[in-house]
Design a protein around this ligand. Sequence first.
Ligand code: NAP
Length: 260
Amino acid sequence: MTDSPSSKTAADSSTDTSFAGQVVLINGATGALGTAIAQTLAARGATLILLGRKLDQLDRLADDINQRVLPELPAASRGEPPLIQPVDFSGAAPEDYATLVEGIEQAFGRLDLLVHAMGTAGELAPLAQADLMKFQESLHVNLTAPFALSRSAWPLLEQSERPRVLFFTDRGTEAFGNAHDIAHAGVERMIRQWAAETPQVWITGFDPGAVNSRLRHTRFPGERSEDRQPPCAVMPAVLDWLENGESGAICRQETPNAAL
Ligand SMILES: NC(=O)c1ccc[n+]([C@@H]2O[C@H](COP(=O)([O-])OP(=O)(O)OC[C@H]3O[C@@H](n4cnc5c(N)ncnc54)[C@H](OP(=O)(O)O)[C@@H]3O)[C@@H](O)[C@H]2O)c1
């Protein structure tokens, strides 16, 4: 369900090289929103580190950026070819997060932007019937792992002149969101807490509304895909938020015909 926007349609990048020289880590880069933000930021000059579970999909995304996106940029504002790192956070140990970040430190010495676009829908069962193992797994992938990655990356972010962290967040549903929605409520709280504790790092959430993706289809199987937005359609608002959003805040987009 991931669409493949031209670098010029995600938002017109022909004169925008605002991410030139920026080092950006994208977690969940093989997903719908992760791929769209990777293409959008590469088209504006960012050097990307792409994390995802599947090596073949990471390779395809890196090839697309190398062959289609980077050549459209003037050489002076072009980022380096993306680095890819396959990783499954389901079973990650504390030292795995540190090892990942050490590699970035050796290559770049700093991190300017960390984007969290990783997530899993998990179960949709009511809480009274929730499977405990699946509940824990969903809380881990949707909340604990993004926290642990951010925590390990924090010292590298603090080396940046303008450190930023962006989470794709979800407002959730009143019922049947199971651990996914509880995790996202926790992510929103974590963003506020982190922003209050360390204001030198800009940290926010962007809730895109209904966007076509595997995760969205699992969560809302009855929703028509034409009532959702393609991921590239929300990129102009993401860019605006990255530039103008207030640290600690959540930007919520509406999708008029979607289930929620
Ligand atoms: N789509 C929406 O309408 C919407 C609305 C609000 C918020 N969000 C949030 O946006 C984020 C991205 O969602 P999306 O819609 O783009 O979903 P998606 O297309 O399903 O992408 C999810 C990404 O997370 C990765 N992932 C899942 N489990 C993982 C694990 N154990 N270890 C490492 N990577 C893992 C997936 O890797 P694979 O490619 O290997 O599966 C994929 O790259 C999620 O946090 C979601 O809750 C989405």
